[in-house]
Write a protein of this length. Structure first.
Ligand code: FMN
Ligand code: SF4
Length: 504
């Protein structure tokens, strides 16, 4: 496994918007010694590798474009979608992607919501959740002409440590184990209670019930979310927890296996997917110092030297936790294959404690830090991890993440990655918020509208941190005009300035 490339100063990061053409971009990749494949020419229509179907046993997906789950935190207090939620799901459909990975995170329990405006799956929301799916399919037909080969999932979640069900700025964490660095950020002590085994069993039952409801509502699969620091992911790293759900690999994956068993019993024809943070690092924080030029210094890792071997995460090197370690990731994918999970979405880290590895960006969110590495390094890391996993698990359908930072060059890189077999489908996240049909248009040979390309301003992350719905404030008029881009800019400025990295 290739090691992450050395850090670069944030002042030396080359803006991709300033690179004039693909040849220059390829030369830039070479000069940075980054192994990111990039095709010179985009192939069109059915010739495009991105438009070839995936056939894997009885599973058929019409093309290689996947819409990643993108939450808006714009639901009602009782967990129902609003008009802006419907608008976003329509735009997922407009992407032309035949794999809709989850739509967005939907909580299986009210107390496990990450935000008081997160969607909830419950009897009183079922009708509206089915409506989201219908709206998406309608719009998808307008883009592609048919819903053939369209596979739609629903992402099921419990936010665990990052639960904030009552107020956006009031954490109500449900933790699986004591994490010395993250507990401190949440003001938790060693006496703060852990979720008990029987509470975890109750949550497993809720996942089972939610999956049964999702099947009834017409979803083709559910994603049992195991990423980004939420409960499933936290349990994978619960090395120090005692009892049935902690310690050994077998115990740390029991949560997953018991949910899969419940789905096999109650919704036998429903497919199952898992989105997993396939690698991790220690939490990073804002550095209050500035460079000589007055720019913020790159974010830095929390002090971990007294915590070695580091036992507080999944797929992180215990001897040097600013490095990833895929040993257990391979075991985890082998387990997924064994229990009949065919769809796997590869992501990394967490937006709360190390966003630069999870969603590479030039501009940090309001609770973030200046990039500690060129965001292209983050893109390359995610692609390389996915490539390694794909080589070992040819029968799993793997979706790759974190491509939006590639901006103009996203179609060239996406095509190359699929063509070379690095990944089965290219997942698009932030770009969906600004320019959902970008990859579809590129493979149709349409002129690309550069003004709509996501420039990774991170306002879609800052907004929910400041109690606003998430959306693309800089580039999507719907948010700028009707919800208040100015409000967000003011909030972002003051929060980022004052952030000492001590809070999430
Ligand atoms: C505003 C916002 C909301 C997101 N919501 C979810 C979510 O509900 N579930 C999830 O697994 N990932 C979520 N993500 C992560 C994305 O799916 C994706 O992994 C990440 O943005 C990196 O991909 P990109 O470079 O294409 O944006 C979200 C990201 C953003 C910026
Ligand atoms: S706010 Fe818009 S431009 Fe910025 S990262 Fe989000 S989608 Fe991209």
């Amino acid at each position: 496994m290739e090691k992450a490339k050395p850090n670069m100063s944030s002042e030396s990061i080359v803006r991709l918007g300033a690179i004039r053409n693909v040849a220059e971009f390829q030369a830039h990749l070479n000069s940075c010694q980054l192994t990111i494949p990039c095709d010179s020419e985009i192939q069109l229509g059915l010739e495009s590798p991105l438009r070839k179907p995936i056939q894997c046993g009885t599973l058929k997906i019409g093309n290689r474009i996947a819409a990643q789950p993108m939450e808006g935190w714009d639901g009602t207090i009782d967990g129902n979608p609003t008009e802006s939620t419907v608008r976003r799901w329509r735009r997922f459909g407009r992407s032309g992607g035949k794999l809709i990975w989850g739509g967005e995170a939907v909580a299986v329990a009210a107390e496990g919501r990450a935000n008081p405006h997160q969607l909830l799956i419950a009897p009183h929301t079922e009708k509206a959740l089915a409506g989201l799916r219908t709206a998406l399919v309608e719009e998808h037909r307008l883009t592609t002409g048919s819903a053939d080969g369209l596979l739609i999932g629903l992402q099921l979640t419990h936010s665990g440590r990052f639960s904030r069900p009552s107020q956006y700025d009031r954490p109500e964490p449900r933790i699986a184990y004591h994490h010395p660095l993250l507990d401190a950020r949440l003001g938790l002590s060693s006496e703060s209670p852990l979720l008990t085994d029987s509470e975890i069993e109750g949550i497993i039952q809720k996942f089972g019930a939610a999956a049964t409801a999702a099947e009834k509502l017409g979803f083709d699969f559910v994603d049992i979310k195991h990423c980004h620091g939420y409960l499933g992911h936290e349990l994978l790293g619960a090395h120090t927890r005692e009892g049935r759900y902690g310690g050994s690999f077998e115990n740390r994956t029991r949560f997953l296996r018991e949910i899969v068993d419940a789905i096999h019993v109650n919704a036998p024809s429903l497919r199952i997917g898992v989105r997993v943070s396939a690698f991790d690092m220690v939490p990073f924080r804002h550095d209050a110092e500035h460079t000589k030029n007055g720019s913020p210094r790159p974010g830095r890792p929390d002090r971990f030297e007294d915590l070695l071997p580091y036992r507080y995460g999944f797929a992180v090197n215990p001897e040097n936790p600013v490095e990833i370690d895929l040993t257990e990731t391979f075991r985890f994918l082998a387990l997924l294959e064994e229990v009949g999970v065919q769809l796997v979405n590869i992501t990394g880290g967490s937006p709360y404690y190390n966003p630069h590895i999870q969603r590479p960006a030039l501009y940090p969110p309001s609770d973030g830090y200046a990039p500690p590495e060129d965001p292209l390094v983050g893109v390359a890391r995610q692609m390389e991890v996915t490539r390694c996993l794909k080589q070992s698990f040819p029968s799993l359908v793997l979706v790759g993440s974190a491509y939006s930072y590639l901006q103009e060059f996203l179609p060239n890189v996406a095509q190359a990655a699929v063509r070379l077999g690095w990944v089965d489908a290219v997942g698009i996240g932030r770009m969906l918020l600004t320019y959902p049909e970008f990859l579809w248009d590129a493979t149709e040979g349409r002129v690309i509208d550069r003004k709509r390309i996501c420039r990774t301003f991170s306002d879609c992350t800052s907004a929910p941190r400041n109690g606003l719905p998430s959306g693309c404030y800089p580039l999507d008029g719907f948010y700028r005009d009707s919800i208040g881009g100015e409000t967000l800019r003011t909030l972002k400025k003051s929060t980022f300035k004052g952030n000492k990295g001590s809070e999430l």
